[in-house]
Design a protein around this ligand. Structure first.
Ligand SMILES: Nc1ncnc2c1ncn2[C@@H]1O[C@H](COP(=O)(O)OP(=O)(O)O)[C@@H](O)[C@H]1O
Ligand SMILES: [Mg+2]
Length: 264
């Protein structure tokens, strides 16, 4: 069985698709057989990123390690129960198609869906990127607005908890949940500290590990259009290996190490 890695949270724009692309590419570059599933059926950012990569490869007539794709289609049944049952089957089918892979990388939408819930229950590793501000922290926990202290888990954290229980009940190994602080700013040291304290407090309470985060860098937005990741730059554009990009690439490598994935 492949190791299933899921990028999930219930907020748009926090870095799920960017992280999905970087992790999938890193694993493919290491020689792993990797399949990509994009459950954000509306935005399809992960697959658009892969489309851009295919374009780049064509235009430059080079080879770049690229994960292959699998995709369950949405159900169009009217009855909710029937739609859920059909999507459950289609999800299982999509995963079965990846049976010969070492890793399956699943990108989730920024809101609840049946597919998203199924993916969370299938996750051997769950990565939740959050924008590095207290505003976005409410995706993980409810905070006391006066004191900034954690009052309890959010609906999303409860969904993860439920998905983990379902896994435990079916005898599968527990999900390793990592929260990744994204778009960290060097300037806003006070906010950074406050988020750090709140995340640490919550990590112990609801059971996730803290992954080393990504700094805020313009390069991430530029890379999407070319379909490249920080790990491809040395070959595709040696000039692009600026100090900032080398530091960013190191952040990606630190994340890969922190994931503690099995050997491909
Ligand atoms: N660390 C970062 N620094 C700068 N921009 C980033 C960073 N991470 C993500 N972005 C940009 O933010 C936007 C949203 O990221 P994305 O990965 O699509 O989020 P999600 O999938 O959670 O909606 C994209 O334009 C992406 O390029
Ligand atoms: Mg996305």
């Amino acid at each position: 069985m492949p190791h299933v890695i899921v990028m999930g949270n219930e907020k748009g724009g926090s870095g799920k698709s960017t992280t999905a692309m970087h992790v999938a590419t890193a694993l493919t570059r290491e020689g792993g057989k990797v399949a990509a599933i994009d459950l954000d059926l509306r935005q399809q950012s992960f697959f658009r990123y892969l489309d851009n990569r295919a374009d780049y490869v064509r235009r430059h007539a080079i080879e770049l390690p690229t994960p292959r794709r699998a995709q369950p289609r949405p159900s169009d049944r009217d009855s909710r129960a029937e739609a859920e049952a059909e999507e459950r089957d289609r999800f299982a089918q999509a995963l079965a198609e990846c049976g010969d892979c070492d890793f399956v990388l699943i990108d989730c939408p920024g809101s609840y869906s049946t597919y998203s819930r199924l993916a969370h229950a299938a996750a051997d590793t769950l990565v939740t990127p959050i924008n590095d501000s207290l505003v976005d922290f409410d995706m993980l926990a409810r905070l006391d607005p006066q004191t900034g202290r954690v009052k309890g888990p959010s609906v999303y954290a409860e969904m993860v908890w439920k998905a983990r229980q379902d896994r435990a009940a079916s005898g599968r190994r527990p999900t390793d949940w990592l929260v990744l602080r994204n778009r960290m700013s060097a300037l806003d040291a006070r906010n950074k500290r406050r988020v750090g304290v709140a995340v640490q407090e919550l990590a112990a309470r609801i059971g996730f590990r803290l992954a080393p985060g990504f700094s805020e860098r313009v390069i991430f937005r530029e890379l999407f259009l070319s379909g490249l990741t920080l790990l491809d730059l040395r070959e595709t554009d040696p000039q692009a290996m600026t100090l900032s990009n080398v530091a960013a690439r190191q952040e990606v490598r630190d994340l890969m190490r922190a994931l503690e994935l099995p050997e491909g």
